[in-house]
Design a protein around this ligand. Structure first.
Ligand SMILES: Cc1ncc(COP(=O)(O)O)c(C=O)c1O
Length: 371
């Protein structure tokens, strides 16, 4: 749970610099002071995308699907649901498919706002569900993260009112890449879901390598009602532009979601996802490269003494001491698109993990501007 412990941070930085256990980490170039030239394209560290995707198997599946683009039923939706069911050990009638997990999030936000009441979430956190629920009539109750920048379950529990229709949890959180300790989370979800929907957004689930973390998929599997777990192909499979996501919930709630959502995946997206979820190699590659990039960035945080939260995902969040709009503009001039400001933490910057050599260029630029 202690995501910002000094010891953890030192271990992270030390491993990256000293052990040579991460093949391909090219820290020497910058260590010897060699100038990294500016790429001839914009480096994107803004939207938590996967710079390596889509995988070759997904690209091939899309190429093979072009010829079915004239058909409504050109992809086998049933097979996709069954594959997701097998991979997550839940029956297919527990699964809803969305044009990105964003569609599942917004549909849950709509369900919450169909009755007068409130939605409780951490602050800061991801916006899709809460913005949609807010726009369609819910009152949004934002609960600040605690002093270690973790989602504060006790404070959230206290903030829940009789009229609260949904509690939204993002685990790992975004923009703060912290996790919620698994046993505390399980107890919280079981208790709170007795009277309202609890939505656990696991968009970054595949990136977590932390014994304190646990998915809440098991609660769905065990038949608990009022619980939704969402996952996405956007991050681990590098398919953000293809819009593929999933919701997992009791069949009654799944039916409510599927009858209200309005999107439908294209034949290209479905077939690309079907191929991607069967391909372990690309996932492993993504994870390895993500670790390399994080090691470069977290070594910079150590060197410059930044306050930051050790990452459980594919992005980093750290205190710059500067207004983020100014930081954004300065980086744009250097050919890098960084994350936007995330109020109320307006001097903290979120950067996604691009390729390791791009992160080296980011570090060089950061030191030039603010080091
Ligand atoms: C926590 C979280 N949930 C959901 C999403 C939306 O992902 P998708 O592309 O599946 O709509 C994002 C995207 O950045 C995210 O950070």
């Amino acid at each position: 749970m202690a995501n910002v412990s000094r010891r953890q941070i030192l271990l992270g930085g030390g491993l990256a610099l000293g052990s040579g256990l991460l093949p391909g980490v090219n820290l020497l170039r910058s260590a010897y002071g060699e100038e990294i030239s500016r790429p001839d394209y914009m480096v994107r560290v803004c939207f938590n995308e996967n710079p390596w995707g889509p995988s070759r198997v997904s690209l091939q599946a899309m190429a093979d699907s072009f010829k079915y683009s004239n058909l409504y039923g050109g992809a086998d939706r049933r097979a996709m649901m069954e594959l997701m069911g097998r991979l997550n050990n839940v029956p297919a009638d527990h699964i809803s498919m969305g044009t990105g997990s964003g569609e599942i999030l917004r549909t849950a936000g709509m369900l919450a706002s169909m009755q007068d009441g409130s939605v409780v979430c951490a602050d800061p956190t991801y916006h899709d569900l809460i913005r949609y629920a807010g726009n369609t009539g819910s009152e949004i109750i934002k609960v600040p993260v605690d002093e270690n920048f973790n989602t504060d379950l006790n404070a959230m529990y206290k903030a829940i009112r009789r009229d609260t229709k949904c509690v939204y949890l993002v685990n790992p959180n975004n923009p703060i890449p912290s996790i919620i300790e698994k046993n505390e989370l399980r107890d919280f979800v079981l208790e709170v879901s007795k009277d309202r929907m609890v939505f656990i957004d696991e968009a970054y689930y595949e990136f977590v390598d932390n014994p304190d973390y646990g998915t809440m998929m098991g609660l769905v599997r065990d038949g608990h009602k009022n619980i939704v777990v969402s996952r996405t192909a956007s991050k681990i499979h590098g398919m953000a532009g293809l819009r593929v996501g999933f919701g997992f919930a009791h069949p009654d709630l799944t039916k409510e979601i599927t009858t209200r959502k309005t999107g439908a995946m294209s034949v290209l997206s479905l077939n690309a996802a079907y191929a991607a979820y069967q391909n372990d190699e690309f996932q492993k590659f993504t994870l390895r490269k993500n670790k390399e990039s994080l090691a470069i960035i977290e070594a910079m945080h150590e060197e410059l003494g930044h306050r930051y939260v050790k990452s459980n995902a594919n992005f980093s969040f750290f205190e710059t001491g500067h207004d983020i709009q100014e930081v954004y503009d300065a980086f744009l001039r250097e050919g890098i698109i960084v994350g936007r400001a995330f109020p109320p933490m307006t001097k903290w910057l979120r950067i996604s993990m691009a390729k390791p050599h791009e992160m080296e260029y980011f570090v060089q630029t950061y030191k030039k501007l603010y080091g």
